[in-house]
Design a binder for this molecule. Structure first.
Ligand code: PEP
Ligand code: MN
Length: 264
């Protein structure tokens, strides 16, 4: 894969005067929840509305998503709010359904990026698509696996690509849920400076009170965008409750970040 300006043309075409923002709940829970959050985010900086409908969980017994039913809810989000939609896909069947429901942005989750066969299956199913496809870093700090994911998509003629930095799991006890290891993202950025790089402070921190600082660090490191989990009732979310913020809090974060950037 060559670095070229074409890698970021999808992002440049959005002509944003702020970082790209992908926001919405960790999981789609009910139609009402999905629509309520979407309406609250409607007139904000949010460019893509995210909601996980297939949720690969590390341990069984947790909420694993509402499944294909949620795609209809995301279609309603688009019809009612005009926001573009985003969800995680973890196999070829998910890809087929997401494309049928006109999801605008698909991402490969951290637990899938670790598996080259799964990434290949997703790349094959997406061949030639003009949808945006983002690859989250693998759960472990392995730059080659991350790059391998992007390369598998690129060779299937998928050109609207980008990466999401969501931190790495570690055996050590730290203040982060997943340690950022910023140097890995910077190494990737140096190799492919035109590949859009998005930070996911929600999964890095695991706690809502640290999201602003990690977002600011990412922007200071020239990240192109942020993916922030947003919920109307974060404490009662069915997944990742501790790290989700309310729509009002998200708007405040965006306001503060942009003001700080502009006055730097
Ligand atoms: C998510 O975005 O909700 C998610 C499951 O993320 P990750 O793949 O980074 O753990
Ligand atoms: Mn989550």
């Amino acid at each position: 894969m060559e670095n070229s300006k074409a890698l970021r043309s999808w992002l440049d075409d959005l002509k944003l005067d702020h970082p790209l923002v992908i926001a919405g709940p960790c999981s789609a829970e009910t139609e009402e929840q999905v629509l309520k959050i979407a309406h609250e985010l409607k007139n904000s900086d949010v460019n893509y509305y995210r909601a996980g409908i297939w949720k690969p969980r590390t341990r069984p017994g947790n909420f694993e998503g509402v499944g294909a039913l949620g795609l209809k809810w995301l279609q309603r989000v688009k019809e009612e709010t005009g926001m573009k939609t985003a969800t995680e896909v973890a196999n070829a069947a998910h890809v087929k359904l997401a494309l049928e429901h006109d999801i605008d942005l698909l991402w490969i989750g951290a637990r899938s990026t670790v598996s080259p066969f799964i990434v290949q299956e997703i790349a094959d199913a997406l061949e030639g698509t003009d949808k945006i496809v983002l690859v989250k870093n693998p759960v472990n700090p392995d730059l080659s696996l991350w790059l391998g994911g992007i390369e598998r998509l690129y060779t299937k003629n998928i050109k609207k690509l980008g990466v999401i930095h969501r931190g790495f799991s570690t055996y050590e006890k730290t203040k982060y849920r997943n340690i950022p290891e910023w140097q890995l993202a910077i190494e990737l950025q140096n190799k492919f400076p035109d590949l859009p790089l998005i930070c996911d402070p929600s999964h890095i921190t695991g706690r809502r009170d640290m999201i602003f600082d990690v977002s600011q660090t990412a922007l200071d490191l020239n990240f192109d965008g942020l993916m922030i989990e947003t919920h109307i009732d974060p404490d009662n979310a069915w997944s990742d409750a501790a790290q989700q913020v309310t729509p009002d809090k998200l708007k405040q974060i965006m306001k503060d970040l942009i003001i700080r950037k502009e006055t730097d």
